[in-house]
Write a protein that binds this ligand. Structure first.
Ligand code: SF4
Length: 380
């Protein structure tokens, strides 16, 4: 049986671009489903780290395709969801400074802070702008020299290079009325924290395709080599995800741990060195607080000292310390869900007090949030 399973992975993994329909044919899906069912040796708990995977898995009904011995749990890969309550509060507090325009991706608009959201601030008269890229915020600053445009930098290594590029453009243009509040997060330190968490004890990680486009393979190797946890980088089509799961259950069946790259048509082993250089030119690792997980050493990114004029933390005289340990909304279990130790159904507010129309926690607001995925696709 073993050669059959390996052939299936090889056949569906040529490392070349293919037409979208090829990822969705019933035959390919059924073959992968059967291969996973044949390979899985015992009940296993696999974590999909990435919020885009969480949504793709829910949308495609991947859980229904898997044998009951394979359970998928969602991890801390939704950038909006892991943004700490204190970071959200700090950004909202900047809106009270004279002349400030708060610029953010649309996902943040309805995420509740302790006393409101960007949306409620806007209703009260604070100037807010939804932007589609950090460069839009730079353009806004260039067009409004009398304003102070503050961009909320959230997200992982996928997004950070674009923020770095925007900031360098603001420098080049001499725009002193543009700044960034960095709440960026780095994925590998969070994975290290999860790998050593005895409460979690996952059997394998399905790793994020788009973060890996930037990072490449090296930053994940410690998971297999030091922690003996099987890993597979996967794309976002249904067959990509099933192939990633097949890689994981095959490793578990063989009693080995390795790092598989299911997504070689997009993820190169070396990643994108140009994007990483851009990121490293502007940002430096710093300790950061993740919602649910708590503080993790070197898991955030701060602007380098030479960019202080564009760093909102340096530019605005807020009492920054008061945002260090802000509690999450009472009764909201986003933290436990992000840590993989609770499901949305464990939250008494799910679908009752908390819905996408009236969200209480970020996991219900974000387009990549686990609660939003469970609610939208009625996952039981
Ligand atoms: Fe938080 Fe709402 Fe999810 Fe409950 S259902 S964990 S309140 S986001």
């Amino acid at each position: 049986m073993r050669p059959r399973r390996e052939r299936r992975v090889a056949e569906t993994d040529p490392g070349a671009m293919r037409m979208m329909d090829e990822f969705r044919t019933a035959g390919a899906v059924e073959a992968l489903r059967a291969a996973i069912a044949a390979a899985v040796p015992r009940p296993v708990k696999l974590m999909e780290v990435c919020g885009t995977h969480t949504m793709a898995i829910a949308r495609a009904g991947v859980r229904q395709l898997l044998p009951p011995t394979v359970s998928l749990i969602s991890g801390p890969g939704c950038p909006v969801c892991v943004t700490a309550q204190g970071e959200i509060d700090a950004f909202l507090a900047l809106g009270e400074c004279p002349g400030v325009v708060l610029a953010s991706f649309g996902d943040m608009l309805r995420v509740p802070g302790s006393t409101g959201s960007l949306e409620t601030l806007k209703a009260r008269g604070t100037e807010t702008r939804v932007v589609y890229s950090p460069m839009d915020a730079v353009r806004l600053a260039a067009a409004s020299p009398e304003k102070e445009v503050v961009f909320f930098g959230i997200g992982f290594e996928t997004t950070v290079p674009t923020v770095a590029a925007a900031l360098l453009e603001a420098c080049r243009l001499g725009l002193r009325n543009f700044s960034v509040l960095s709440a960026h997060k780095r994925v590998p330190p969070a994975l290290a924290a999860l790998a050593t968490d005895p409460e979690l004890a996952v059997d394998g990680f399905l790793l994020p395709g788009h973060v890996s486009v930037i990072l490449g393979l090296e930053p994940y190797r410690f998971l297999a080599e030091q922690h003996q946890i099987p890993c597979a980088i996967a794309g976002f089509e249904v067959t990509d995800i099933l192939e990633g799961i097949l890689h994981l259950v095959t490793q578990i069946a063989d009693g080995r741990a390795a790092l598989a790259n299911q997504y070689p048509r997009v993820v190169r082993p070396e990643g994108n060195p140009t994007a990483r250089a851009l990121m490293e030119r502007v940002f430096t690792p710093t300790d950061a607080v993740w919602r649910g997980i708590g503080p993790i050493a070197a898991s955030g990114l701060a602007l380098r000292p030479e960019f202080a004029p564009w760093d909102a933390r340096q530019k605005f005289a807020l009492d920054w310390d008061r945002f260090a340990n802000v509690p999450e909304p009472p009764a909201c279990r986003c933290g436990d869900i992000l840590k993989g130790i609770a499901s949305p159904h464990d939250c008494p507010l799910f679908g009752r007090g908390c819905t996408p129309a009236r969200p209480i926690g970020p996991c219900m607001v974000s387009s990549e949030g686990t609660c939003a995925a469970y609610y939208r696709y009625q996952i039981g």
